[in-house]
Design a protein around this ligand. Structure first.
Ligand code: ATP
Ligand code: MG
Length: 494
């Protein structure tokens, strides 16, 4: 019987293109296994743009077959699922072997996109875990992946979330869900650390060659530090990571769990666990309630990423061959970060070109925002409208220290005096989002979903997919967080 008889025109997900992909690295890198089925699956949310990216039509996505596939209850065409092994440093401490404890790679599309289920059951790397993910954290990962993409921030994508009534024990009993994630590669710094720590030189070499071949071919040919392709790889990863950090800092994103096993070799944002978009601009904000030392505070992220790159450098050292060369490869991190950060902040301020005093202007406004804990997203959005409309009163209202604001506005006004205000305002409105996935918005969508109403997930997805549009009628979703938002505790429990 043809399993696709109901959808003769709708091509299902086809992963037969899994040739020369991660699986070609061989069995030292993974274990083959199928996802563990979940009972009575249901749809929670679907991203039509990721479906399009995968060439999946709406008809097939609406089918029961798709629901079963993305819950891990059926295998897509050509899929030979696997869980990969990696290690890593967690909270600054070597954690040894970790691996995909609840993620299973279904395979790769012909376009070279890996499709992975998260929450799809136990694997040989689950350690004490149950291999599952709960509905609340899966909704957060789904929405944030797509929000980040729409903000222009490198990230893994999320096709869909499905749920199941199967109970999952966390602080309390919750229910299971599965997120389908998509990325060109899910290789992490921790994959390299794993083989380096075990002195598995052949595998380390093979992994580095695979990553260079597929994702960083220029490292073989470009002028390299000491003519070393592996040092060039380190430098390229370091620069992509620096660029990613500039994005996070500019938009006010806290990742929350920047362990080396959560650092993408492609400089993508991966693993949406206890993340948060800043409400009030509090540079030392720690979004992860499990992070008691504040290691991953918002303002420490660029330094933590650099520390993580040192771990990657250490792992690549046997291939690079010389510590000095490895150090040199990391040197550009700081300049790439600050150049990118400055460029982003200039865009946030509507400045199309660079001037020597911009650094002071930017430092001064960040200081002012921090001193009063002004709402980050609302400030930048109001400033954008203020420039466009020549009316700064709504921005001034955000500050108790009106005089401090007036002083800053004076220097800002001088700086933008020469620019075309309409053009600057336009640039700002395309740079400073109206909608970000604040904790309380996610929480409201989760509460509704737990009661079986998934429409807030879809509405939120729609707003976050177009975060720079005004979306009349949805101003409440762009408003200040309610008082109860500060009591939301997001931890590593997911
Ligand atoms: N419920 C669970 N069952 C099994 N393993 C788990 C579970 N939760 C986390 N792990 C494993 O613990 C390690 C660290 O978890 P972490 O929270 O960084 O990742 P994650 O959220 O599971 O997944 P990813 O990084 O793939 O998004 C990983 O090896 C992860 O697979
Ligand atoms: Mg992780």
């Amino acid at each position: 019987m043809n399993p696709h008889a109901d959808h003769p025109l709708a091509p299902p997900l086809d992963l037969a293109g899994d040739r020369g992909g991660f699986a070609s690295l061989g069995p030292a890198f993974f274990t083959r296994l199928d996802p563990t089925p979940l009972p009575q699956p249901y749809w929670v949310g679907i991203s039509s743009s990721v479906a399009e990216l995968l060439d999946l039509d709406a008809q097939w996505m609406a089918s029961d077959e798709a629901l079963q596939v993305f819950t891990g209850n059926a295998c897509p065409v050509g899929s030979r699922p696997l869980a990969s092994v990696y290690s890593g440093h967690q909270f600054g401490v070597w954690a040894g072997q970790l691996g995909d404890g609840r993620a299973i790679l279904l395979g790769e599309t012909t376009e070279g996109l890996e499709v992975q289920l998260k929450g799809s059951g136990r694997t040989p790397y689950s350690r004490m875990g149950d291999g599952r993910a709960v509905l609340r954290s899966s909704i957060r990962e789904f929405l944030c992946s797509e929000a980040m993409h729409a903000l222009g921030i490198p990230t893994s994508r999320a096709l869909c979330v499905t749920g199941s009534p199967a109970p999952v024990r966390r602080e309390e009993t919750e229910t299971a869900a599965v997120v389908t994630r998509v990325a060109p590669s899910f290789v992490r710094f921790g994959h390299f650390e794993h083989f380096a720590a075990r002195d598995m030189q052949t595998e380390l070499h093979a992994l580095a060659d695979y990553v260079i071949e597929r994702y960083y071919p220029a490292c073989r040919t470009a002028p390299q530090p000491a003519s070393n392709a592996y040092a060039a790889l380190l430098q390229a990863v370091s620069e992509r990571t620096a660029t990613l950090m500039a994005h996070w800092q500019a938009v006010g994103f806290c990742h929350g769990v920047m362990n080396t096993d959560n650092m993408s070799i492609l400089g993508l944002t991966i693993d949406y666990g206890p993340f948060q978009f800043l409400d009030a601009f509090v540079p030392g904000h720690v979004c992860n309630h499990s992070d008691t030392q504040g290691r991953y505070a918002y303002n420490r992220q660029p330094n933590v990423a650099y520390w993580n790159l040192f771990c990657l450098a250490q792992a690549l050292l046997p291939l690079i061959g010389d510590e000095g060369v490895a150090r040199t490869a990391l040197e550009s991190y700081k300049t790439v970060f600050s150049t990118n950060f400055m460029a982003q902040m200039r865009r946030k301020l509507g400045l199309a070109d660079a001037a020597p005093a911009d650094g002071e202007l930017i430092d001064a406004i960040l200081l002012l925002l921090a001193r009063e804990g002004v709402d980050h997203t609302i400030f930048w959005r109001r400033l954008s409208h203020a420039v466009a409309r020549h009316d700064f009163a709504p921005v001034r209202d955000l500050f108790l220290d009106g005089a401090g604001w007036d002083r800053w506005l004076l220097s800002y006004s001088e700086r933008i005096a020469q620019t075309d205000k309409a053009q600057s305002g336009d640039l700002m409105l395309k740079t400073n989002p109206k909608f970000v996935l604040r904790n309380h918005l996610g929480e409201q969508a989760i509460r509704a979903a737990k009661l079986g109403d998934f429409s807030p997930v879809q509405t939120l997805l729609h707003l976050l997919e177009h975060p720079f549009d005004e979306h009349p009628g949805h101003d409440a979703w762009a408003d200040f967080p309610p008082d109860w938002a500060s009591s939301i505790e997001i931890s590593c429990s997911s």
